[in-house]
Design a protein around this ligand. Structure first.
Ligand code: ASP
Length: 415
Protein backbone atom coordinates (compact mmCIF):
# COMPACT_ATOMS: atom_id res chain seq x y z
CA UNK A 1 0.00 0.00 0.00
CA UNK A 2 2.78 2.36 1.08
CA UNK A 3 4.79 1.34 -1.96
CA UNK A 4 1.94 2.30 -4.24
CA UNK A 5 1.56 5.76 -2.67
CA UNK A 6 5.24 6.59 -3.04
CA UNK A 7 5.41 5.35 -6.60
CA UNK A 8 2.51 7.55 -7.47
CA UNK A 9 4.26 10.58 -5.95
CA UNK A 10 7.20 9.97 -8.28
CA UNK A 11 4.81 9.69 -11.20
CA UNK A 12 3.02 12.85 -10.15
CA UNK A 13 6.32 14.74 -10.04
CA UNK A 14 7.21 13.41 -13.48
CA UNK A 15 3.87 14.48 -14.93
CA UNK A 16 4.31 17.92 -13.34
CA UNK A 17 7.76 18.16 -14.89
CA UNK A 18 6.51 17.36 -18.38
CA UNK A 19 3.50 19.68 -18.03
CA UNK A 20 5.78 22.48 -16.81
CA UNK A 21 8.02 22.15 -19.88
CA UNK A 22 5.02 22.15 -22.24
CA UNK A 23 3.35 25.08 -20.46
CA UNK A 24 6.65 26.96 -20.31
CA UNK A 25 7.20 26.60 -24.06
CA UNK A 26 3.62 27.67 -24.77
CA UNK A 27 4.05 30.69 -22.51
CA UNK A 28 7.32 31.64 -24.23
CA UNK A 29 5.88 34.98 -25.38
CA UNK A 30 4.31 35.71 -22.01
CA UNK A 31 7.24 35.01 -19.75
CA UNK A 32 6.21 37.91 -17.45
CA UNK A 33 2.91 36.15 -16.78
CA UNK A 34 4.72 32.99 -15.71
CA UNK A 35 7.15 35.01 -13.61
CA UNK A 36 4.41 37.05 -11.88
CA UNK A 37 1.64 34.53 -11.39
CA UNK A 38 3.08 31.02 -11.49
CA UNK A 39 6.50 31.48 -9.90
CA UNK A 40 5.10 32.84 -6.58
CA UNK A 41 3.44 29.48 -5.88
CA UNK A 42 6.77 27.79 -6.47
CA UNK A 43 8.31 30.29 -4.06
CA UNK A 44 5.70 29.41 -1.41
CA UNK A 45 6.66 25.77 -1.78
CA UNK A 46 10.37 26.57 -1.58
CA UNK A 47 9.74 28.70 1.50
CA UNK A 48 8.01 25.76 3.20
CA UNK A 49 10.99 23.57 2.38
CA UNK A 50 13.42 26.16 3.72
CA UNK A 51 11.31 26.38 6.86
CA UNK A 52 11.50 22.65 7.48
CA UNK A 53 15.10 22.10 6.53
CA UNK A 54 16.80 23.57 9.62
CA UNK A 55 14.84 21.50 12.17
CA UNK A 56 15.16 18.41 9.96
CA UNK A 57 18.96 18.73 9.76
CA UNK A 58 19.31 19.60 13.44
CA UNK A 59 17.13 16.82 14.82
CA UNK A 60 17.94 14.16 12.25
CA UNK A 61 21.69 14.49 12.81
CA UNK A 62 21.21 14.52 16.59
CA UNK A 63 18.94 11.51 16.58
CA UNK A 64 21.29 9.74 14.13
CA UNK A 65 24.19 10.27 16.52
CA UNK A 66 22.15 9.23 19.55
CA UNK A 67 21.08 5.99 17.87
CA UNK A 68 24.72 5.12 17.11
CA UNK A 69 25.45 5.41 20.83
CA UNK A 70 29.18 5.45 20.22
CA UNK A 71 31.40 8.40 19.33
CA UNK A 72 33.89 6.11 17.60
CA UNK A 73 31.19 4.85 15.27
CA UNK A 74 30.17 8.41 14.39
CA UNK A 75 33.85 9.20 13.77
CA UNK A 76 34.36 6.23 11.48
CA UNK A 77 31.23 7.04 9.46
CA UNK A 78 32.21 10.71 9.31
CA UNK A 79 35.69 9.90 8.03
CA UNK A 80 34.42 7.55 5.31
CA UNK A 81 31.89 10.17 4.25
CA UNK A 82 34.37 13.04 4.02
CA UNK A 83 36.93 10.93 2.11
CA UNK A 84 34.28 9.81 -0.39
CA UNK A 85 33.03 13.36 -0.83
CA UNK A 86 36.51 14.77 -1.45
CA UNK A 87 37.53 12.03 -3.90
CA UNK A 88 34.35 12.23 -5.98
CA UNK A 89 34.60 16.02 -6.12
CA UNK A 90 38.19 15.80 -7.40
CA UNK A 91 36.99 13.33 -10.08
CA UNK A 92 34.14 15.66 -10.97
CA UNK A 93 36.31 18.71 -11.54
CA UNK A 94 38.75 16.64 -13.60
CA UNK A 95 35.91 15.40 -15.79
CA UNK A 96 34.72 19.02 -16.11
CA UNK A 97 38.15 20.19 -17.24
CA UNK A 98 38.60 17.33 -19.71
CA UNK A 99 35.09 17.88 -21.11
CA UNK A 100 35.67 21.63 -21.38
CA UNK A 101 38.93 21.06 -23.27
CA UNK A 102 37.36 18.52 -25.63
CA UNK A 103 34.51 20.89 -26.47
CA UNK A 104 36.70 24.00 -26.59
CA UNK A 105 36.84 24.04 -30.37
CA UNK A 106 33.04 24.10 -30.56
CA UNK A 107 32.52 26.90 -28.05
CA UNK A 108 31.05 30.02 -29.65
CA UNK A 109 33.04 33.21 -29.96
CA UNK A 110 31.19 35.58 -27.65
CA UNK A 111 31.99 39.29 -27.46
CA UNK A 112 33.89 40.02 -24.27
CA UNK A 113 33.86 43.81 -24.44
CA UNK A 114 31.46 45.78 -22.25
CA UNK A 115 30.97 42.87 -19.86
CA UNK A 116 30.33 43.64 -16.23
CA UNK A 117 29.83 41.27 -13.36
CA UNK A 118 29.83 42.42 -9.77
CA UNK A 119 31.64 39.63 -7.90
CA UNK A 120 30.62 39.04 -4.32
CA UNK A 121 33.37 39.72 -1.85
CA UNK A 122 35.56 36.65 -1.70
CA UNK A 123 36.21 35.17 1.72
CA UNK A 124 39.60 33.69 2.47
CA UNK A 125 40.08 30.04 3.36
CA UNK A 126 40.79 30.90 7.01
CA UNK A 127 37.63 33.02 7.24
CA UNK A 128 35.63 30.16 5.79
CA UNK A 129 37.09 27.86 8.41
CA UNK A 130 36.30 30.26 11.26
CA UNK A 131 32.75 30.77 9.96
CA UNK A 132 31.94 27.07 10.35
CA UNK A 133 31.81 27.52 14.11
CA UNK A 134 28.78 29.32 15.53
CA UNK A 135 29.20 32.13 18.04
CA UNK A 136 25.55 32.22 18.93
CA UNK A 137 22.95 29.56 19.71
CA UNK A 138 20.04 31.03 17.74
CA UNK A 139 21.75 32.71 14.78
CA UNK A 140 22.77 29.56 12.83
CA UNK A 141 19.14 28.47 12.85
CA UNK A 142 17.63 31.87 12.06
CA UNK A 143 20.07 32.44 9.20
CA UNK A 144 19.83 28.80 8.05
CA UNK A 145 23.62 28.57 8.09
CA UNK A 146 23.76 24.84 7.47
CA UNK A 147 27.42 24.22 8.30
CA UNK A 148 26.95 25.91 11.67
CA UNK A 149 23.72 23.98 12.27
CA UNK A 150 25.64 20.76 11.58
CA UNK A 151 28.35 21.74 14.08
CA UNK A 152 25.64 22.46 16.68
CA UNK A 153 23.96 19.13 16.06
CA UNK A 154 27.28 17.25 16.34
CA UNK A 155 28.23 18.99 19.56
CA UNK A 156 24.87 18.48 21.26
CA UNK A 157 24.59 14.91 19.93
CA UNK A 158 28.01 13.98 21.32
CA UNK A 159 27.16 15.57 24.67
CA UNK A 160 23.99 13.50 24.87
CA UNK A 161 25.89 10.26 24.19
CA UNK A 162 28.51 11.15 26.81
CA UNK A 163 25.90 11.93 29.46
CA UNK A 164 24.11 8.65 28.78
CA UNK A 165 21.23 7.65 31.03
CA UNK A 166 20.98 11.04 32.70
CA UNK A 167 19.96 12.52 29.34
CA UNK A 168 17.16 10.02 28.79
CA UNK A 169 14.51 12.73 28.80
CA UNK A 170 16.42 14.75 26.20
CA UNK A 171 16.89 11.62 24.10
CA UNK A 172 13.15 10.99 24.10
CA UNK A 173 12.56 14.68 23.33
CA UNK A 174 14.98 14.75 20.40
CA UNK A 175 13.58 11.53 18.94
CA UNK A 176 10.00 12.66 19.16
CA UNK A 177 10.78 16.12 17.77
CA UNK A 178 12.55 14.36 14.93
CA UNK A 179 9.42 12.31 14.28
CA UNK A 180 7.23 15.44 14.39
CA UNK A 181 9.36 17.34 11.85
CA UNK A 182 9.58 14.28 9.62
CA UNK A 183 5.78 14.22 9.60
CA UNK A 184 5.68 17.94 8.71
CA UNK A 185 8.08 17.20 5.91
CA UNK A 186 5.90 14.39 4.61
CA UNK A 187 2.96 16.79 4.53
CA UNK A 188 4.96 19.42 2.64
CA UNK A 189 6.27 16.84 0.19
CA UNK A 190 2.73 15.98 -0.85
CA UNK A 191 2.72 19.41 -2.49
CA UNK A 192 5.84 18.71 -4.51
CA UNK A 193 4.14 18.11 -7.88
CA UNK A 194 2.56 21.58 -7.66
CA UNK A 195 5.87 23.03 -6.46
CA UNK A 196 7.77 21.41 -9.31
CA UNK A 197 5.32 22.74 -11.90
CA UNK A 198 5.36 26.29 -10.55
CA UNK A 199 9.15 26.39 -10.24
CA UNK A 200 9.99 24.93 -13.63
CA UNK A 201 7.36 26.53 -15.87
CA UNK A 202 8.70 30.12 -15.49
CA UNK A 203 12.27 28.89 -16.06
CA UNK A 204 11.29 27.29 -19.37
CA UNK A 205 9.18 30.31 -20.37
CA UNK A 206 12.04 32.74 -19.72
CA UNK A 207 14.94 30.65 -21.02
CA UNK A 208 13.26 28.67 -23.79
CA UNK A 209 14.85 30.69 -26.60
CA UNK A 210 18.15 31.18 -24.84
CA UNK A 211 18.73 27.42 -24.63
CA UNK A 212 18.79 27.17 -28.40
CA UNK A 213 20.94 30.31 -28.53
CA UNK A 214 24.65 30.73 -28.62
CA UNK A 215 25.38 29.04 -25.31
CA UNK A 216 23.94 25.67 -26.33
CA UNK A 217 27.42 24.17 -26.81
CA UNK A 218 28.63 25.11 -23.33
CA UNK A 219 25.41 23.80 -21.81
CA UNK A 220 25.76 20.60 -23.80
CA UNK A 221 29.39 20.19 -22.63
CA UNK A 222 28.34 20.63 -18.99
CA UNK A 223 25.41 18.21 -19.30
CA UNK A 224 27.54 15.56 -21.00
CA UNK A 225 30.08 15.85 -18.16
CA UNK A 226 27.27 15.63 -15.57
CA UNK A 227 26.02 12.44 -17.19
CA UNK A 228 29.49 10.92 -17.59
CA UNK A 229 30.28 11.61 -13.94
CA UNK A 230 27.01 10.10 -12.72
CA UNK A 231 27.19 7.08 -14.98
CA UNK A 232 30.90 6.33 -14.56
CA UNK A 233 31.81 7.45 -11.04
CA UNK A 234 28.58 6.83 -9.12
CA UNK A 235 27.71 3.59 -10.92
CA UNK A 236 31.16 2.16 -10.26
CA UNK A 237 31.16 3.30 -6.64
CA UNK A 238 27.64 2.05 -5.93
CA UNK A 239 28.35 -1.30 -7.56
CA UNK A 240 31.76 -1.96 -6.01
CA UNK A 241 31.40 -0.44 -2.55
CA UNK A 242 27.63 -0.18 -2.17
CA UNK A 243 26.86 -3.74 -3.32
CA UNK A 244 24.01 -2.36 -5.38
CA UNK A 245 22.91 -2.53 -9.00
CA UNK A 246 23.46 0.98 -10.45
CA UNK A 247 20.24 0.78 -12.48
CA UNK A 248 18.28 0.09 -9.29
CA UNK A 249 20.08 2.98 -7.63
CA UNK A 250 19.18 5.52 -10.33
CA UNK A 251 15.63 4.18 -10.50
CA UNK A 252 15.21 4.56 -6.75
CA UNK A 253 16.62 8.08 -6.98
CA UNK A 254 14.18 9.25 -9.68
CA UNK A 255 11.82 11.26 -7.43
CA UNK A 256 14.75 13.10 -5.83
CA UNK A 257 16.44 13.63 -9.21
CA UNK A 258 13.30 15.14 -10.74
CA UNK A 259 12.80 17.30 -7.73
CA UNK A 260 16.41 18.55 -7.70
CA UNK A 261 16.15 19.31 -11.42
CA UNK A 262 13.15 21.56 -10.96
CA UNK A 263 14.07 23.20 -7.65
CA UNK A 264 17.86 23.60 -8.20
CA UNK A 265 18.34 23.27 -4.47
CA UNK A 266 20.18 20.42 -2.74
CA UNK A 267 19.01 21.57 0.65
CA UNK A 268 15.40 21.69 -0.58
CA UNK A 269 15.74 18.18 -2.00
CA UNK A 270 17.11 16.81 1.28
CA UNK A 271 13.76 15.51 2.59
CA UNK A 272 13.00 13.61 -0.64
CA UNK A 273 16.55 12.30 -0.76
CA UNK A 274 16.14 10.94 2.78
CA UNK A 275 13.00 9.12 1.68
CA UNK A 276 14.58 7.70 -1.48
CA UNK A 277 17.73 6.38 0.20
CA UNK A 278 15.78 4.82 3.05
CA UNK A 279 13.49 3.15 0.56
CA UNK A 280 16.54 1.69 -1.17
CA UNK A 281 17.66 0.16 2.12
CA UNK A 282 20.04 2.72 3.63
CA UNK A 283 19.94 2.81 7.40
CA UNK A 284 18.12 5.82 8.75
CA UNK A 285 20.84 6.69 11.25
CA UNK A 286 23.44 6.87 8.50
CA UNK A 287 21.23 8.67 5.97
CA UNK A 288 20.32 11.31 8.50
CA UNK A 289 23.98 12.01 9.10
CA UNK A 290 25.51 11.63 5.62
CA UNK A 291 22.83 13.41 3.55
CA UNK A 292 22.58 16.75 5.42
CA UNK A 293 26.38 16.90 5.45
CA UNK A 294 26.47 16.19 1.71
CA UNK A 295 23.77 18.76 0.91
CA UNK A 296 26.07 21.29 2.55
CA UNK A 297 29.59 20.34 1.49
CA UNK A 298 29.43 17.85 -1.39
CA UNK A 299 28.80 19.52 -4.74
CA UNK A 300 30.19 17.42 -7.58
CA UNK A 301 27.89 18.97 -10.19
CA UNK A 302 28.97 22.43 -9.12
CA UNK A 303 32.62 21.42 -9.46
CA UNK A 304 32.00 20.12 -13.01
CA UNK A 305 30.22 23.34 -13.94
CA UNK A 306 33.10 25.41 -12.62
CA UNK A 307 35.61 23.44 -14.68
CA UNK A 308 33.62 23.70 -17.92
CA UNK A 309 32.86 27.40 -17.42
CA UNK A 310 36.47 28.26 -16.54
CA UNK A 311 37.62 26.73 -19.85
CA UNK A 312 34.80 28.43 -21.75
CA UNK A 313 35.49 31.86 -20.26
CA UNK A 314 39.22 31.45 -20.89
CA UNK A 315 38.48 30.51 -24.52
CA UNK A 316 36.26 33.58 -24.96
CA UNK A 317 39.13 35.82 -23.86
CA UNK A 318 41.56 33.91 -26.07
CA UNK A 319 43.47 32.54 -23.06
CA UNK A 320 44.93 29.02 -23.08
CA UNK A 321 45.09 27.55 -19.59
CA UNK A 322 48.35 25.83 -18.67
CA UNK A 323 48.57 22.50 -16.82
CA UNK A 324 49.55 24.08 -13.45
CA UNK A 325 46.61 26.46 -13.86
CA UNK A 326 44.32 23.46 -14.34
CA UNK A 327 45.69 21.92 -11.15
CA UNK A 328 44.94 25.17 -9.34
CA UNK A 329 41.39 24.97 -10.68
CA UNK A 330 41.04 21.41 -9.34
CA UNK A 331 42.07 22.63 -5.89
CA UNK A 332 40.05 25.83 -5.76
CA UNK A 333 36.96 24.28 -7.34
CA UNK A 334 37.03 21.53 -4.70
CA UNK A 335 37.18 24.15 -1.96
CA UNK A 336 34.64 26.38 -3.72
CA UNK A 337 32.19 23.51 -4.05
CA UNK A 338 32.50 22.79 -0.32
CA UNK A 339 31.71 26.42 0.39
CA UNK A 340 28.76 26.50 -2.01
CA UNK A 341 25.39 26.65 -0.28
CA UNK A 342 22.79 24.14 -1.47
CA UNK A 343 20.48 26.81 -2.86
CA UNK A 344 19.75 28.00 -6.41
CA UNK A 345 22.51 30.04 -8.01
CA UNK A 346 25.12 29.61 -5.28
CA UNK A 347 27.61 27.84 -7.56
CA UNK A 348 27.82 30.80 -9.92
CA UNK A 349 28.87 33.10 -7.08
CA UNK A 350 31.66 30.68 -6.18
CA UNK A 351 32.81 30.57 -9.81
CA UNK A 352 34.33 34.00 -9.15
CA UNK A 353 36.74 32.40 -6.68
CA UNK A 354 37.84 29.80 -9.22
CA UNK A 355 38.37 32.37 -11.97
CA UNK A 356 40.42 34.69 -9.76
CA UNK A 357 42.63 31.82 -8.61
CA UNK A 358 44.03 31.48 -12.16
CA UNK A 359 43.86 35.15 -13.10
CA UNK A 360 40.85 34.88 -15.42
CA UNK A 361 38.60 37.97 -15.64
CA UNK A 362 35.69 37.67 -13.22
CA UNK A 363 33.58 39.69 -15.66
CA UNK A 364 33.48 36.54 -17.76
CA UNK A 365 30.77 35.20 -15.46
CA UNK A 366 28.41 37.60 -17.23
CA UNK A 367 28.76 35.35 -20.29
CA UNK A 368 27.12 32.40 -18.58
CA UNK A 369 24.96 34.23 -16.02
CA UNK A 370 21.93 34.46 -18.32
CA UNK A 371 21.46 30.71 -18.50
CA UNK A 372 22.82 29.86 -15.06
CA UNK A 373 19.54 28.32 -13.99
CA UNK A 374 19.85 25.70 -16.71
CA UNK A 375 23.37 24.80 -15.62
CA UNK A 376 22.09 24.83 -12.05
CA UNK A 377 19.30 22.30 -12.57
CA UNK A 378 21.77 19.72 -13.87
CA UNK A 379 24.47 20.38 -11.32
CA UNK A 380 21.98 20.07 -8.46
CA UNK A 381 20.89 16.65 -9.76
CA UNK A 382 24.54 15.51 -9.71
CA UNK A 383 25.08 17.06 -6.27
CA UNK A 384 22.25 15.16 -4.60
CA UNK A 385 22.92 11.91 -6.45
CA UNK A 386 26.49 12.02 -5.10
CA UNK A 387 25.19 12.43 -1.55
CA UNK A 388 22.82 9.50 -2.00
CA UNK A 389 25.53 7.25 -3.47
CA UNK A 390 27.68 7.96 -0.41
CA UNK A 391 24.77 7.07 1.87
CA UNK A 392 24.24 3.72 0.17
CA UNK A 393 27.97 2.94 0.27
CA UNK A 394 28.54 3.90 3.91
CA UNK A 395 25.39 1.98 4.89
CA UNK A 396 26.65 -1.10 3.11
CA UNK A 397 30.16 -0.86 4.56
CA UNK A 398 28.82 -0.42 8.09
CA UNK A 399 26.41 -3.32 7.64
CA UNK A 400 29.30 -5.55 6.57
CA UNK A 401 31.39 -4.36 9.52
CA UNK A 402 28.58 -5.14 11.98
CA UNK A 403 28.10 -8.56 10.42
CA UNK A 404 31.80 -9.34 10.72
CA UNK A 405 31.82 -8.22 14.35
CA UNK A 406 28.80 -10.39 15.13
CA UNK A 407 30.43 -13.40 13.46
CA UNK A 408 33.60 -12.86 15.45
CA UNK A 409 31.65 -12.67 18.68
CA UNK A 410 29.75 -15.83 17.79
CA UNK A 411 32.98 -17.66 17.05
CA UNK A 412 34.44 -16.56 20.38
CA UNK A 413 31.33 -17.68 22.23
CA UNK A 414 31.38 -21.07 20.53
CA UNK A 415 35.02 -21.71 21.44
N1 ASP B 1 22.04 24.88 -6.71
C1 ASP B 1 23.11 24.02 -6.32
C2 ASP B 1 22.65 23.08 -5.22
O1 ASP B 1 21.72 23.40 -4.51
C3 ASP B 1 24.31 24.75 -5.85
C4 ASP B 1 24.89 25.50 -7.00
O2 ASP B 1 24.39 26.58 -7.32
O3 ASP B 1 25.84 24.99 -7.61
O4 ASP B 1 23.21 22.04 -5.05
Amino acid sequence: MKEKRKLSLALQIFIALVLAIIAGLLLGNHAEFAESYIKPFGTIFLNLLKFIVVPIVLFSIMSGIISMQDIRKVGSIGLKTVIYYLCTTAFAITIGLIGGNLFKGLFPVVATTNLTYEAAEATSFMDTLVNIFPSNFIQPMSEANMLQVIVMALLIGFAIILIGDEASMVIRGVNSLNAVFMKCMEMILKLSPIGVFCLLCPVVATNGAAIIGSLAMVLLAAYICYIVHAVVVYSTAVRTMGGMNPAAFFKGMLPAIMFAFSSASSVGTLPINLECTEKMGASREIASFVLPLGATINMDGTAIYQGVCAIFIAACYGINLTFPQMLTIVLTATLASIGTAGVPGAGMVMLAMVLTSVGLPVDGIALVAGVDRIFDMGRTVVNITGDASCTMIVSNLERKKDLKRAQKQNALRNK
